[in-house]
Write a protein that binds this ligand. Structure first.
Ligand code: GLV
Ligand code: MN
Ligand code: MN
Length: 410
């Protein structure tokens, strides 16, 4: 079995982690911003150095392709993830999957291996969805779940248009998304949660992924004086927003840990200490591994908003930002992950992905699964996100062996 160049992949993860640091020391590479461009240039350069053919599609997904005259008629095996980040991010989320994917291909190529199937590593645009909704956008477009035309016209939270930003940074590609139809997709990723570490497992064989519902809620009340307006006279958009947050929190507590709800963005108008807010605009991210249960949460929230309009005299509108159903990954690839974890004497358990992933969209195209490694203290979407080198290399070993079997290394 071919082994990867461990130093090279760890050095690359650390080097990419240094890209996109702002004046406050925060790591920020939002889709198609300057930090993302710098990250893309670095990774695309490494793909070229490895001798891969680099192709960028309309939505800015970058692919490094390794095919030979003998195997180029076969359906490729695809690996990959994303290199865009949240605000003040860690350095492993997504990047670990792209760079180990590149490493697996480069190591096989350098060892002079022949494979029945070509190998492709993808870095998908806008997985995080912080600047442009929906999240997992590049892979969604790639798999045909959203047209490139519509996605490129999406306006971001900063008023920019994705298509114009991709052009500006030089990543508006010329190839139709979906141009390669893989026979299988496998994504190596950090868990981003506490389970593997807490239970002492080295590998997670990811068998499914929970559903995700994103909405933006706008509540309109009446701007008034904080000192002179008795409580019973107020139409307080801020208070109504707080009630929505606690309503969803209560739903989570009643769901036996299945439902998760987060309000990560909130803005009041006029946002002044002594003024009752006339407007609250905030997001609600709701997740549940079961589609019916997720729909029930969405329905409960919609009914509660109607009730609030009556009780609090506010006006409420909602905007759908993103909606993904739960996904079941391919049993055959999950078993392959378990097989190679066992072969390498690595403890492994099946696990659900709580995070959205590019793999969930590739699952629309081909048999797909994921491999997780432990996230120390379960911290992610935070600069304290950390994974041990030994765990990263163990995950990469299982990844290499699973990919080698799928691509039929001779
Ligand atoms: C992706 O990072 C997500 O929000 O799950
Ligand atoms: Mn990720
Ligand atoms: Mn993420």
């Amino acid at each position: 079995m071919i082994t990867i160049n461990e130093k090279r992949v760890l050095d690359r993860i650390n080097a990419l982690g240094k890209v996109g640091i702002d004046a406050e020391g925060r790591r920020i590479r939002l889709a198609a911003d300057d930090g993302d461009k710098a990250g893309r240039d670095l990774v695309a350069g490494w793909m070229k150095d490895a001798g891969l053919r680099v192709v960028v599609d309309y939505i800015g997904n970058i692919f490094g392709i390794w095919e030979t005259a003998e195997n180029k008629k076969e359906q490729p095996v695809m690996v990959g993830s994303h290199i865009d980040t949240v605000i003040n991010a860690g350095q492993f989320d997504g990047c670990y999957g792209v760079l180990t994917g590149l490493e697996v291909i480069q190591s096989l190529k350098e060892a002079g291996c022949k494979t029945t199937r070509p190998l492709v590593v993808g870095a998908f645009t806008n997985e995080e969805g912080v600047r442009y909704s929906p999240d997992m956008m590049g892979s969604l477009v790639y798999a045909g779940g959203l047209s490139a035309e519509k996605a490129l016209a999406i306006v971001g939270v900063d008023g920019t248009v994705l298509g114009e930003e991709l052009k500006r940074i030089g990543y508006a590609g010329t190839v139709e998304p979906g141009f390669i139809k893989p026979c299988a997709f496998i994504e190596l990723h950090i868990e981003q949660g506490p389970i593997l570490e807490a239970e002492g497992y080295q590998i997670g064989a990811v068998e499914n992924l929970q559903g995700i519902s994103w909405q933006q809620i706008t509540i309109e009340g009446e701007q008034n004086h904080a000192g002179t307006t008795p409580i019973s006279y107020r139409i307080d958009a801020g208070l109504a927003a707080a009630k929505v947050i606690t309503f969803m929190r209560d739903r989570c507590l009643k769901s036996n840990g299945k439902t998760l709800s987060t309000t990560g963005c909130i803005e009041f108008k006029p946002n002044a200490i002594n003024v009752i807010p006339s407007k609250a605009v905030f997001t609600v991210d709701v997740r549940n591994p079961n589609e019916e249960a997720l729909q029930a949460e969405e329905k409960a929230l919609a009914e509660y908003l109607k009730e609030l309009e009556k009780t609090d005299k506010v006006k409420i509108t909602t905007k759908r930002l993103s909606r993904f159903k739960p996904v079941l990954f391919d049993e055959g690839i999950v078993k392959l992950v378990e097989k190679y974890a066992a072969k390498n004497h690595l403890s492994c358990r099946r696990i659900t992905s709580g995070a959205g992933q590019d793999a969930q969209n590739l699952a629309l195209m081909c048999p797909t699964a994921m491999i997780f490694i432990p996230s120390i203290n379960g911290i992610s979407h935070n600069p304290k996100e950390f994974c041990k080198d030994t765990d990263m290399l163990a995950g990469a070993k299982v990844f290499m062996e699973a990919v080698s079997e799928l691509a039929e290394v001779k």
